[in-house]
Design a binder for this molecule. Structure first.
Ligand SMILES: C[S@@+](CC[C@H](N)C(=O)[O-])C[C@H]1O[C@@H](n2cnc3c(N)ncnc32)[C@H](O)[C@@H]1O
Length: 516
């Protein structure tokens, strides 16, 4: 008889949290009996009842032992308790290898509310996941149980707004041996964002990424970003508005850029039509969606003396948010990107050879703002020099060229031809991996402080519904056939049927969806 898929799903979900089948079986049996085989109750809130019963059994066992009674030797009462070693990361903004040191646990340590880095080392006898046999951990400390529970809570993300179904989780179960550590950071942003962003490495032993977390773009040196109120004309802002511009009968001046309608819905999502247009322009750019510079700054930065002809720049749809000269308040519905990240995100180490990646810990609707691509603002010449000087050892984040309006200028000075590089200084977006053509995020330029198109923000929005625990990806727009590009393209392992990297195309029988 085929196994009941609901049983399989429950086992899979618990394995991902490191709970073995043997531990789970008696608990699940008991609950099914208690609830008259009502699976809906057991599956509710990501198996909350099941998890609670599991942790209760651990605590019960602890109490029994504390009382000096012999442990009850049935399967339900025996347990697996991970032995934890904490690692102190004093300066979490800069994450470097030499900050990693393994310390012993203090009983009064509180795990989830600190910004520390934790290394979770399973006990030598601990095996997590499907290969697990039934084993007793040597450490029966309740604090340890609580910490383990915290990790599970993080995975499970038990909030009323999150009804993520763990049965949809696709990542492999956690499996460790004696020398294997699960690295865990509570908050890579070190409190600089409204939300905490955790980092977890369920694979073996990746070193922590070396970078400095910055929540907003920062000028590296020569970039000319001219932020001044005087440059914003009165007719380009809504100085006479108040409260929320989205509740006005007629959209204010700030909707001019998007054709007289705001780009956002009252729920803070991108309007379907606007998103559809952006996606269309990104995936099927027609010839008339390109502009060509007379003297292209990008080509000039590559070869100052014999610059090649401009290859063309995509004309993009912009969002213009209300800005500081406007009379509305910060909660105005036309201020989404500038309010910052509000989704629950996590950095994790991917299993497919892409390095670190980002996943959402909650279901995200279509058109939802995820994060901005934040980095150092460099001139293209500075970037070019930086790339030439950098060693190949660094896993370079892919720099973003801010070239929205180059073609409309006669000659753009070097200090106005800008790009963003998040390799050394960046935010969560620096961990988002590339996926050819069918990525779940789209990048949209957003004007926030300045009316010109040399400097603007790059905001990443979902282009479809995204399930909790799905990896977030965006299409960097790499031309894998451009061997002249100053940044050598990586070998793409995006896994998409539409992968444009020729090396991965053979055998699939599918043609890459060429962007040009
Ligand atoms: C913006 S970073 C993304 C974060 C990166 N994975 C890390 O570990 O820091 C871009 C780099 O990630 C890797 N990467 C991103 N997408 C990839 C893909 N589809 N296939 C292979 N490597 C990828 C490449 O090394 C690339 O230079």
């Amino acid at each position: 008889m085929a196994p009941n898929p609901r049983v399989t799903n429950a086992y899979n979900a618990m394995r991902t949290l490191g709970i073995s089948d043997d531990e789970l079986r008696p608990i699940l049996k008991r609950l099914l009996k208690e609830y008259g085989n009502n699976w809906d109750i057991i599956e509710e809130d990501n198996y909350e009842i099941l998890l609670d019963a599991y942790f209760q059994s651990l605590e019960h066992k602890q109490e029994e032992e504390d009382k000096g009674k012999a442990p009850i030797s049935n399967h339900e009462e025996e347990r697996v308790i991970p032995k934890l070693n904490s690692v102190n990361g004093d300066d979490m903004v800069s994450l470097t290898d030499n900050q990693v040191q393994v310390l012993s646990i203090q009983d009064n340590e509180i795990f989830p509310n600190t910004s520390e880095m934790k290394m979770i080392k399973p006990s030598p006898s601990l095996h997590l996941g499907p290969v697990s046999s039934h084993l007793k951990g040597p450490c029966h400390d309740l604090n340890v149980n609580r910490r383990f529970k915290s990790i599970s809570a993080l995975y499970q993300n038990k909030t009323s707004s999150n009804r993520a179904n763990l049965s949809n989780m696709t990542q492999p179960a956690i499996c460790h041996d004696e020398n294997n550590y699960v690295q865990f950071l509570n908050d890579i942003t070190k409190g600089s964002e409204k939300v905490e962003i955790s980092l977890i490495d369920e694979t073996r032993s990746e070193k922590l990424p070396k970078f400095n977390y910055i929540p907003n773009n920062i000028i590296y040196q020569n970039a000319n970003v001219n932020i001044s109120l005087a440059r914003i004309a009165e007719e380009d802002c809504c100085w006479d508005c108040s409260g929320n511009c989205l509740s006005l009968e007629f959209p204010c001046a700030c909707a001019k850029e998007t054709g007289g309608e705001f780009a956002y819905t009252p729920q803070g999502l991108l309007k379907k039509e606007f998103l559809r247009l952006c996606m269309f322009m990104a995936t099927k750019p027609q010839e008339n969606h390109f502009v060509y510079c007379q003297e292209c700054p990008l080509e000039r930065s590559r070869n100052e003396y014999m610059a090649e002809e401009c290859k063309g720049h995509l004309v993009r749809k912009f969002i213009k948010e209300c800005w500081r000269k406007c009379g509305c308040d910060m909660q105005c519905g036309n201020r989404v990107v500038q309010r910052g990240i509000s989704c629950k995100l996590q950095v994790f180490f991917t299993w497919e050879g892409k390095g670190w990646g980002v996943r959402t810990l909650e279901d995200l609707p279509k058109g939802c703002f995820v994060c901005e691509y934040v980095g150092e603002i460099l001139t293209n010449t500075e970037l070019y020099e930086r790339v030439l000087q950098s060693s190949n050892k660094d896993r370079h984040t892919y720099p973003v060229t801010l070239d929205a309006d180059w073609g409309s200028e006669k000659v753009l000075n070097d200090e106005e031809a800008l790009c963003l590089d998040a390799t050394y200084n960046g935010n969560i977006a620096r961990f988002i991996n590339h996926r050819c053509s069918d990525a779940n995020l789209i990048d949209i330029p957003v004007e926030v402080e300045v009316p010109d198109r040399h400097y603007y923000h790059i905001a990443l929005f979902t282009n479809r519904k995204v399930k909790a625990y799905e990896e977030l990806t965006w299409d960097y727009g790499i031309d894998f056939d451009d061997h002249e590009h100053p940044i050598k393209a990586f070998q793409c392992c995006c896994g998409s049927n539409l992968c444009r990297d020729k090396k991965n195309r053979s055998g699939t029988g599918l043609k890459a969806n060429d962007k040009s």
